[in-house]
Design a protein around this ligand. Structure first.
Ligand code: FES
Ligand code: FES
Length: 157
């Protein structure tokens, strides 16, 4: 076992974990952060996306020990990073109906926040490119893209 200490959604946590434990397993099984979901476990779907030290990562593709000393934000802590009940990207997904079953939504939102921090005024093409690592089986992506553009305050489709 290896001891790790990190910040998750603003809380300091220290735990002993197996070196092979994935970050997504640590978040869900040790911390009960089940808002971060597993869609594939093979780094394809993006449902498990969280922020590690300010950048989006697929948490099924990162070991918990790799987050040692770092700062993790999950969908459950995202709203607390801004004023108000919802992060603007969450509000935009709600407003634009950017989800159906909602399974992909935590990852979509975390990826969109990272995308907009890099590029606050993306074009539709840049949104589609920036979100291409996140898969959705329900929506056909149209309202997801519209949500991200709305969050950016940009042109709507
Ligand atoms: Fe991590 Fe699908 S569960 S990318
Ligand atoms: Fe169902 Fe995206 S809303 S997978």
């Amino acid at each position: 076992m290896v001891q790790i200490s990190l910040t998750v959604d603003g809380d300091n946590v220290t735990d002993d974990v197996e070196p092979r434990m994935l970050l997504v397993q640590y978040l869900r099984e040790k911390l009960g952060k089940t808002g971060t979901v597993i869609g594939c476990d093979t780094s394809n779907c993006g449902a498990c996306t969280v922020h590690l030290n300010g950048r989006s990562v697929k948490s099924c593709n990162v070991l918990a020990v790799q987050a040692d000393g770092g700062e993790v934000v999950t969908i459950e802590g995202l709203a607390a990073t801004v004023e108000g009940d919802l992060h603007p990207v969450q509000a935009a997904f709600r407003e634009c109906h950017g989800l159906q079953c909602g399974f992909c939504t935590p990852g979509m939102i975390m990826q969109a926040v990272d995308l907009l921090s890099e590029n606050p005024n993306p074009t539709e093409e840049e949104v589609r490119e920036g979100m291409e690592g996140n898969l959705c089986r329900c929506t056909g992506y149209h309202n997801i893209v519209r949500s991200v553009l709305t969050a950016a305050g940009g042109e709507q489709q």
